[in-house]
Design a protein. Structure first.
Length: 280
């Protein structure tokens, strides 16, 4: 966990929710009231966000005490209790919605990721996430992908060069884009991997003729063309399939022999896992 990043996230999220005070709790619950609550799972899936929840409670009120029964990455079912939290009732209620929002979202992502990773288990292909994340929540969503058994691709624009179709078109073609990217890295004294997206076999031939990349993304290829592309690349570069890939067809892509499959749906279209924080 990146404590600094998470700390700022929690601070901002609590400030957004709290405003000038939790007037419902202040008006209905006497000051100093102590309480206990349990995190109740209400749907089967893969649990994620427990470690984050503990951090949220600690930042809201360092006196809050948590007892964890189920850790991140575990399979859970309706009725399971992941943890309890004890301490100031006001503090528990202040943290409640942020804990639930994060855990429900992260568990939904981890659940789908784990399910797809299981589908890929007979193959060597690994599952990648993308930058199609909720603004401000990327760290949490990519964390959830890891908990579910997936692999983080790049975190942002800064940790890899990924030359996509628009870059190619603006640069004036495949060769221009590759040459420019390599020159930039040399001039800036940066050591970053270069990945390039190709849209068809003709563009792939151009990349293979030029070289000087680390990965090739095969975007929206038919299964026949994808198989041909993997054969042409012949392990010279890391391969990644992307575009239009869903849970129902992902094994067909894996059968083509690609190293990675990237799925934006892991983070942009998942359903949150149902759970609640109930007073005991």
């Amino acid at each position: 966990m990146d404590k600094e990043l998470i700390g700022q996230f929690i601070k901002n999220a609590i400030a957004e929710d709290l405003g000038d005070g939790d007037h419902t709790s202040l008006s209905t619950i006497p000051a100093g009231t102590q309480g206990k609550a349990k995190l109740l799972v209400k749907e089967s899936g893969t649990l994620a966000g427990v470690e984050l929840a503990i951090e949220i409670f600690q930042q809201v009120d360092a006196a809050l005490q948590t007892e964890v029964f189920i850790n991140d990455g575990a399979e859970v079912a309706y009725g399971d209790v992941a943890f309890t939290v004890t301490g100031s009732s006001h503090s528990i209620l202040l943290a409640e919605r942020l804990v639930l929002n994060c855990m429900q979202r992260m568990s939904g992502i981890a659940t789908v990721t784990h399910r797809i990773v299981q589908l890929l288990s007979p193959y060597t292909t690994q599952l990648l996430d993308t930058r199609k994340t909720t603004p401000g929540l990327r760290y949490l969503e990519k964390w959830a992908v890891r908990i579910g058994g997936g692999v983080n691709h790049r975190i942002g624009l800064y940790d890899m060069i990924l030359i996509k179709d628009n870059h190619v078109d603006y640069a004036g073609g495949i060769t221009n884009a590759i040459v420019a990217a390599n020159n930039y890295l040399a001039e800036q004294h940066k050591n970053l991997q270069i990945e390039i997206e190709v849209r068809n076999l003709d563009e792939l031939h151009q990349v293979l003729a030029k070289g000087s990349v680390d990965r090739i993304m095969l975007d929206n290829f038919s299964f026949d063309d994808l198989k041909k592309a993997v054969q042409l690349i012949d392990h010279q570069y890391i391969t990644e399939a992307s575009g239009g890939i869903v849970e129902g067809n992902i094994t067909e892509y894996a059968k083509c022999g690609v190293d990675y499959i990237s799925m934006g749906a892991l983070t942009h279209s998942v359903k949150s896992l149902d759970m609640s924080l109930k007073a005991i």
